[in-house]
Design a protein around this ligand. Structure first.
Ligand code: AMP
Length: 313
């Protein structure tokens, strides 16, 4: 089942306590589409400049991501983001954002893209997210991500976009900022009140939680000893989550929970190396192994209290 993503396709400069890269392939749509490509067919809508070369296109091609709707502006530069992480790898510090070709981007979807049943509105100017949303009016499931940059600069537009999607996938700091609520449970309720049916809150090394009006589900992060670069972890999570759902006929609570696990599995690989390097050469067996590990890690036997205390009393 085809999954459409709109978002940034970028060059990133990233510094972490463990190393740095001056220019690597990045962007929300890039990380999302590579991750989702392990589960389903993916089309990417975005824009790049003349500096975006064959080497970058080859990364998408290796994963059979359809770049037919990736516009190329011959006299422009690709979106550029520079960020730094301190020892607390959960927080990205933005040092520079150059919108470049994104400043005048008007997403134009091909007929095939307009027919997509599953859509992810990746991190991008929220007015653009709504423009894409309007072009896929018949989509069965539309999810969205955003970030502090847009919540700070155009909060009303972010809220308006949220009102028109089924699932919101954001991190805990963004959920607090967006809702104006320090308590995450209340923050989640406020965001759900704006319209979406489900909310996924990513909590970095502390895992992720899924909120609907009726249920709550939370999982830990995969226990990794070495994390090199968290850039793109959120989008890689969203790619696994949406990719898994798009490969399914029925989307019920059980499928949503498994999607949370696949999202976490994919994100756990992404952070092991810089940029897209690790996910680019991931295998199905590696994904399966971590999925099974999540099952073992979170499984416990339910027993009545009387049986639990009998041995010690
Ligand atoms: P995340 O998954 O949240 O770590 O997202 C990382 C990606 O977001 C990076 O590869 C950046 O290129 C991209 N990014 C950073 N700032 C923005 C922005 N303001 N709009 C769109 N994409 C951005």
């Amino acid at each position: 089942m085809s999954l459409l993503v709109v978002g940034s396709v970028a060059f990133d400069a990233v510094e972490t306590p463990f190393g740095k890269r001056e220019r690597m392939l990045g962007g929300s749509a890039t990380h999302f589409s590579l991750s989702a490509s392990f589960f389903t067919d993916v089309r990417v809508v975005g824009v790049v400049g003349a500096d975006f070369g064959q080497e970058q296109l080859d990364v998408f091609a290796r994963h059979e991501v359809d770049t037919g709707d990736l516009e190329r502006v011959p006299d422009g530069d690709t979106f550029f983001w520079r960020g730094r992480y301190d020892y607390d790898l959960n927080t990205a510090h933005t040092l520079d954002t150059q919108l470049n070709v994104f400043a005048d981007f008007k997403p134009k979807l091909s007929d095939a893209s307009r027919q997509s049943r599953f859509v992810f509105l990746g991190n991008i100017q929220p007015d653009l997210q709504r423009e894409v949303r309007a072009q896929v009016a018949g989509a069965e499931l539309v999810a969205l991500d955003t970030m502090n940059y847009w919540i700070n600069t155009v909060p009303d537009s972010v809220m308006q976009t949220i009102g028109g999607v089924h699932i919101v996938i954001i991190n805990d700091a963004e959920a607090r900022q967006l809702s104006g609520e320090p308590n995450l449970i209340r923050a989640a309720r406020k965001i759900l009140d704006a319209g979406p049916q489900a909310l996924v809150i990513k909590r970095g090394e502390h895992g992720a939680a899924l909120f609907t009006r009726e249920s709550y589900f939370a999982i830990p992060a995969y226990p990794l000893e070495s994390v090199f670069d968290p850039t793109g972890a959120g989008d890689t999570f969203a790619g696994g989550f949406m990719g898994y759902l798009a490969s399914h006929e029925t989307i019920d609570d059980a499928a949503m929970r498994r999607a949370m696990i696949y999202g976490s599995v994919m994100a756990s690989f992404n952070v092991e190396e810089f940029g897209t390097e690790r996910v680019d050469r991931l295998t199905h067996e590696e994904i399966n192994e971590r999925f099974r590990m999540f099952k073992r890690m979170t499984h416990f036997e339910e027993i009545p209290f009387e049986r639990a205390v009998r041995a010690s009393k």
